[in-house]
Design a protein around this ligand. Structure first.
Ligand code: HXC
Length: 510
């Protein structure tokens, strides 16, 4: 090796060391990997092409001119995941706590710009202390430059954030704009201001875990879409998710080889819905039995469990599933479930991912807690999301489709393309007992009469045929054939063309 090549290798070696051995050891001691180790696990072996390895900050305050580390706390570049390209930036906590300087933000901006221009997803791996305190407004401006690009890229390329350490200030707003956020249990936190500031301002005593740990954000705030036990599991699961996603809003869904027959019959589905209409059953079972090879990536599995959303494949092509879950709150739609599903439906629509909706919903959840919490507005989000979506929409009503929730869940009236019902479907304004109590409020006699009227209502309305007679349901199908019927419909709809009227953008009820 001649001298100049050796010099290059030496400079690279220094950059790869980041904040040095001691800080790398401290990172490992906390159960965290370094930025470079994370990138290596995320990408196909040997595929990483680093960009801007030698960038340094130009801060002259607080003695910073003496403290320069090549790379300046963020590793950026691109590589492949199962052969498909992605851009990545990973904050290096060993360098100034991964904090963001002007130079650091410019590195992120560069890969953001390249990802957008090239129509390629971008992954941010965050483990950082927010704005570089020594830089002041330069760091604040740097964050805004990241947010601006996050926003312009929204709906054009998938953006995913992995929260893999403490993240505060600017390091939580960028993730919040991206499509999916994942956290690591016990080693990652997200808060706008940390426990010390909280104590000063509100006098509340709270730990980092209580304030912004993975449990809080995956079960209560819904800021995060999932949590994993450690860095390795998280990055493996991220690779799995990326495989489901299109590269951009122009490429269409990826297609993967599958050995699962489209015509696979599932006799067990014929008895999935219990005879007693008030008994729960697991809608997750139907999802798993419909998708190729039972492979389903659930989004927000720990939040608003009364609705299931996530990605599966049919005939090797990605499909978004939205399914009421009768096991939790009888599958009712409340504010949380509506928001969760609305955001998912909009993601699918942005990226041309067809949506399959499985319906068993007794309506919207009544009560002051919901009304005061804005159920009307949150419910309207889901309605709006389905109504504006132009991707193929296939609906299967397995049991209840009552009231406004019937309309919302991708009904024919919201431009559902193919609307199926199982023979067990009950499509009505409400359940029989409630209906009879209202219709015959002043004329109901003894228990026997109530029972007779209830039965009469059930026989008349609690079936799929009234809707099928009007063409609101295209066909009543056998449960065991659901996969075949839906897969065939999806194949038919590949050429679907539907455009909404021109607008600058819509005004979804936020
Ligand atoms: C410069 C920072 C830093 C920062 C951490 N470091 N945060 N350097 N600017 N924001 C440095 C530390 O000096 C230390 O350097 C190293 O990173 C590791 O930090 P520790 O404190 O030793 O680690 P730990 O105990 O694990 O605590 C991590 C932490 C804490 C929770 C992130 O460092 C922290 O609270 N930092 C400040 C967070 C913050 O308030 N940021 C500003 C947010 S406001 P050495 O050399 O000792 O290794 C913001 C505005 C943007 O971001 C808003 C846009 C909307």
């Amino acid at each position: 090796m001649n001298d100049i090549n050796r010099m290059l290798e030496e400079r690279r070696q220094v950059a790869r060391q980041g904040g040095g051995e001691k800080r790398i050891e401290a990172q490992h001691a906390r159960g965290k990997l370094t930025a470079r180790e994370r990138i290596d696990l995320l990408l196909d072996p040997g595929s990483f092409e680093e960009i801007d390895m030698f960038v340094e900050h130009d801060c002259h305050e607080f003695g910073m001119e003496e403290r320069k580390i090549p790379g300046d706390g963020v590793v950026t570049g691109w590589g492949t995941v199962n052969g498909r390209p992605i851009y990545v930036y990973a904050k290096d906590f060993t360098v100034f706590g991964g904090s963001l300087s002007r130079a650091h933000s410019r590195k992120i901006n560069k890969v953001q710009d390249m990802a957008l221009r090239n129509g390629t997803p971008i992954i941010g791996i965050l483990d950082a202390g927010g704005a570089r305190i020594q830089e002041g407004v330069d760091a604040l401006g740097g964050y805004a430059e990241v947010f601006q690009r996050n926003t312009l890229a929204s709906g054009v390329i998938p953006q995913i954030t992995m929260i893999m350490g403490p993240c505060a200030g600017g390091d939580v707003y960028s993730p919040a704009i991206t499509d999916f956020v994942f956290m690591i249990r016990n080693t990652s936190y997200m808060f706008v201001t940390g426990p010390d500031v909280v104590k000063t301002v509100t006098n509340e005593e709270v730990t980092a875990e209580e304030l912004g740990g993975a449990k809080v954000h995956t079960t209560r705030s819904s800021v995060a879409d999932g949590a994993f036990d450690n860095d390795v599991e998280a990055l493996n699961q991220l690779r799995r998710l990326i495989d489901f996603l299109p590269l951009s809003n122009r490429t269409g869904v990826p297609e993967r080889p599958t050995f699962d027959l489209r015509d696979r019959v599932e006799p067990s589905l014929d008895t999935l819905v219990p005879e007693n209409a008030n008994m729960p059953y697991d809608m997750g079972e139907l999802v798993l039995k419909m998708v190729d090879e039972g492979d389903f990536f659930e989004i927000q599995p720990d939040f608003a469990k009364n609705i299931i959303v996530g990605f599966g494949r049919m005939e090797g092509r990605t499909v978004g599933f939205v399914a009421n879950q009768p096991m939790v709150l009888a599958g009712v739609l409340d504010s949380d479930a509506s928001r969760k599903a609305a955001r998912f439906v909009r993601f699918c629509d942005c990226f041309d991912i067809p949506i399959v909706t499985l319906v068993d919903v007794p309506g919207f959840l009544p009560g002051t807690a919901q009304e005061y919490g804005g159920l009307i507005k949150h419910g309207a989000k889901l309605l709006f999301a389905y109504a504006e979506a132009t991707v193929p929409k296939i609906t299967v009503i397995t049991r209840k489709a009552y009231g406004g929730a019937y309309d919302v869940m991708a009904s024919k009236h919201l431009r559902g393309d193919v609307n199926y019902a199982w023979p067990t479907a009950e499509i009505a304004v409400m359940g029989a007992k409630g209906a009879v109590e209202i219709i015959f409020r002043n004329a109901l006699g003894d228990d026997e009469e109530i029972e007779r009227r209830t039965k009469e209502y059930e026989e008349k309305f609690l079936n799929p045929f009234v809707a099928a007679e009007r063409g609101y349901i295209d066909e009543v199908i056998q449960p065991h054939n659901t996969r075949r019927r839906v897969a065939r419909a999806l194949a038919l709809l590949r050429g679907k063309k539907l455009e909404n009227p021109w607008k600058k953008h819509d005004n979804i009820p936020l």
